[in-house]
Design a protein around this ligand. Structure first.
Ligand code: 5AD
Ligand code: SF4
Length: 441
């Protein structure tokens, strides 16, 4: 039997797309190879969001070339955002690549593999949702739901609108049917995915139009779905209905990832984020008004062109004021074809690095403080498997999306009460409450 190996870079949408690639390959009769050198088909699902992502991927691609030198019949495929951003150039730069495709063309991989074609081929027009392909889930109890693709925002730093195109939503009825199938299959947690999830539905025909908050309610109503998450929303589209959904719908988790990017209004304007510092803080207040204990996480970019020390202090100040439960922090990285790459006032690398360090210190200090509110509480944890640091313990997540390492007897996929004993900025630790478990049984 022919075998494949997929390496995934980038965001959750890419993880989702890779699960669909795997599902599609298995329906063609391929089997997953344990390691790259054993595979007949070596695939990369790439990311282009920052320069580092490009560099990491190219090192892996060189390894594939070495394998192909030893076994000439190996097929090398490159999909995803990096492939989309360079298109056919990929074959000039890397002549050993056999097939390349963008995020909207994953299904063409099947066409390529089942044709007799021996020449390299590239596919880059958006044609279909990967969500329509068969899936192969990493964990049987957790699933991704691709609600839309593409993005209509024009954030000055971001390459995604050019790699994933204009926003297209999938009809709500189709999504609900998919979630019903998932639930029947044992899925307990779904994560709704889109580049900008909360603008979902605006492109649908008027008579089929469903808002993001309405979609949350329809997914919440599916029997068996106990946790709903989504990523990523845009702060501009967080309205009262979404905040209320977190408060009123039992399965919607108490966590919002709300990308800040910068705390300085002039920088936010230059980034074309369409909100300023006060409006962002207003959205945080709105969420906390409805769900006081809601976990908030964010993304922050340091060193956007023109960012002064004063702008950066505004960012530190917002991060300190909000008190995020966690944050992804990035050095600004100029991307080809984006507006910001051409802006004057590019910030020197050393300045970016120094700012990042200061930012990380504030993020961690606040996250550590925030996490203390969980100590002494008994929280429901969805068990994911053994702890990464100590195989004798278990690892799972709370509804607030906090990772918990704990001792207990539960099996992956179970939701069990855990008594929280300690908290760091990143993780909680505790013990499964066997008394509560016995009482529930
Ligand atoms: N440079 C640095 N970070 C970026 N991001 C997006 N584009 C860039 C860039 N050019 C970050 C944003 C986004 C996250 C997924 O990646 O913070 O929210
Ligand atoms: Fe990377 Fe963005 Fe593409 Fe996701 S959508 S793979 S983060 S470039």
């Amino acid at each position: 039997m022919a075998t494949y190996h997929v390496t995934t870079f980038g965001c959750q949408m890419n993880e989702h797309d890779s699960e669909r690639m795997k599902g599609m390959l298995e329906s063609l009769g391929y089997e997953e190879a344990p390691a790259r050198p054993d595979a007949d088909l070596i695939l990369f699902n790439t990311c282009s969001i920052r320069e580092k992502a490009d560099e990491r991927f190219i090192a892996h691609l060189q390894e594939a070339r070495a394998i192909k030198r030893r076994r000439a019949d190996v097929v090398v495929g490159v999909g995803g955002c990096w492939a989309q951003s360079v298109k056919d150039e990929v074959f000039r730069q890397f002549p050993f690549v056999d097939v390349a495709f963008g995020p909207g063309q994953v299904h063409k991989l099947a066409e390529f593999l089942t044709s007799d074609s021996i020449t390299a081929q590239g596919f880059f027009e958006f044609e279909g949702f990967t969500g329509h392909l068969p899936e192969k889930r990493t964990r049987e109890f957790q699933a991704w739901l691709q609600i839309s693709v593409g993005c209509n925002c024009v954030c000055a730093y971001c390459i995604v609108p050019s790699t994933r195109g204009r926003e297209v939503s999938r009809p709500a009825g189709e999504l609900v049917a998919e979630v019903e199938r998932m639930a029947a299959d044992g899925v307990r947690e779904v994560t709704l995915l889109g580049q900008n999830v909360n603008s979902y539905g605006r492109d649908l025909p008027r008579d089929e139009r469903v808002t993001f908050a309405q979609l949350l309610a329809r997914v919440d109503a599916v029997e068996g779905i106990e946790r709903i998450r989504y990523t990523s929303p845009h702060p501009k589209d967080i309205r009262e209905d979404v905040a209320r959904a977190h408060a009123e719908l039992a399965a919607v988790c108490e966590h919002v990832h709300l990308p800040l990017q910068s705390g300085s209004s002039p920088i936010l304007r230059a980034m074309r984020r369409t909100y300023d510092r006060d409006r962002y803080l207003g959205k945080v207040a709105l969420i906390r008004e409805h769900v006081p204990d809601c976990a908030l996480t964010t993304d922050v970019i340091v060193g956007f062109p023109g960012e002064t020390e004063d702008d950066f202090r505004q960012t530190l100040d917002v991060v300190d004021q909000v008190g995020f439960d966690g944050a992804f922090t990035f050095l600004y990285s100029p991307r080809r074809g984006t507006e910001a790459a051409e802006l004057p006032g590019q910030v020197p690398h050393e300045v970016k690095v120094e700012r990042l360090q200061r930012l990380v210190d504030v993020v961690q200090e606040r996250a550590r403080e925030r996490a203390q509110r969980f100590v002494g509480r008994r929280l429901d944890v969805l068990v994911e498997g053994p702890s990464r640091t100590d195989a004798a313990r278990l690892r799972g997540r709370t509804r607030h999306n906090k990772v918990v390492n704990f001792t207990g007897l539960a099996a992956p996929g179970e939701i069990v009460p855990v008594q929280i004993a300690a908290a760091t900025s990143q993780t909680l630790s505790g013990e499964e409450s066997l008394v509560a478990r016995a009482a529930a049984a």
